[in-house]
Design a protein around this ligand. Structure first.
Ligand SMILES: [Zn+2]
Ligand SMILES: [Zn+2]
Length: 343
């Protein structure tokens, strides 16, 4: 039997015919990157290929040294006879599914994706293929997202309550993607928006990439002895309970993550509110994407892989778990898990 078009290797997903890796976790000569989150875009490789939309955020993650080549969504590149193209994944700015075609056979590696619209990145596109490698971060039937308009209304209401009580509203969110989606989605008329420097740097890259965000400020740009009541402060969860928080005084703290649906604030006792907003597909979203791919073979990676594979097999599909570096360990498998795990 000939080698599959894309294989699991110690360095990551590898296309031998094209001699490139997809989201490798070791240093390689050619890395195709689905998106700039840390568990997908690791530094140290010689050259990177990513979507044009994702170039700025990837550069800010990798620094000035490595070569970054780009493709527009849908643009094809021929690498040693392998046809490669990138298609929107709807996860964060620049996120892409990788379509690989050789000799009439098509594989698609989804990377992380969501099927809900997001004003800060291009919408997910279904790409028909023979083999679909899908993520499964929220691959359990319990995960069904409420419409994001309702979540944003809840966030606005909480912010207004904070303002009325004279308190700042601190919203923890993953700094790449989730933070910008929140900033773009809240009601900017409620009050000024301040951001942690890590978030603000990515805001800048989003704006440089043509994404419109409301004005945001660094806390250091505020006048001395500022009263923080009524402000929204967006920060990565890692700064919870850190000194950085001290200057804001008596705050109300919330967290925006898909995990808030099931774990709520129980595992995050320092958080007053949990908003279940995710940049990953929920259970119906995953099943929809899998169906739309028309794939004969489904390989499942990231998160709740075993229940998803079991379900797909029950539906008569050919499916198996794709073994990745993290899937056998109890380690955090995903940025949302990683962030939420920092208790
Ligand atoms: Zn991601
Ligand atoms: Zn991920």
């Amino acid at each position: 039997m000939s080698q599959p078009l894309i294989q699991e290797t110690p360095a990551g997903l590898y296309c031998e015919r094209g001699d490139f890796y997809i989201d490798p976790w070791q240093r390689v000569s050619k890395a195709v990157i689905t998106h700039a989150h840390a568990d997908h875009a690791r530094p140290g490789s010689k050259s990177y290929l990513t979507s044009r939309e994702g170039r700025n955020v990837l550069r800010s993650r990798l620094g000035p040294a490595p070569i970054i080549e780009t493709l527009r969504y849908g643009e094809q590149s021929l690498i040693n006879g392998v046809r490669l193209s990138l298609h929107p994944a709807g996860h964060v700015l620049g996120s892409a599914q990788v379509r690989v075609e050789y000799d009439g056979e098509v594989w698609v590696v989804s990377g992380d994706y969501k099927v809900e619209p997001d004003v800060t990145c291009t919408a997910f596109e279904s790409v028909p293929c023979h083999t679909f490698i899908t993520e499964s971060t929220f691959g359990l039937p319990v995960y069904r997202w409420r419409p994001q308009s309702e979540i944003f209304e809840d966030i606005n209401r909480w912010w207004i309550q904070c303002r009325d009580a004279g308190r700042p509203a601190v919203l923890f969110a993953y700094s790449l993607g989730k933070a910008q989606r929140l900033i773009a989605g809240v009601d900017r008329n409620i009050g000024p928006i301040f951001c942690h420097p890590t978030v603000e740097e990515l805001n800048r890259e989003y704006r440089n990439s043509g994404i419109e965000l409301p004005p945001t400020l660094l806390p250091s740009q505020a006048p001395a002895r500022k009263a923080w009541g009524g402000t929204l402060i967006v920060a990565p969860p890692g700064v919870a309970n850190s000194q950085w928080m001290n200057k804001f005084g008596d705050v109300s703290v919330a967290m925006a993550s898909g995990w808030m649906l099931t774990r709520g604030t129980r595992r995050w006792q320092s958080v007053d509110r949990g908003f279940p907003l995710s940049d990953h597909a929920d259970w119906p979203g995953l099943l929809w994407a899998i169906e739309e791919s028309k794939a004969e073979q489904i390989l499942v990676t990231h998160g709740h892989t075993a229940p998803m594979v079991r379900y797909l097999k029950e539906q008569g599909k050919s499916a198996r778990v794709l073994v990745t570096r993290f899937s056998d360990s109890g380690e955090a498998k995903d940025e949302e898990v990683a962030e939420a795990a920092q208790e």
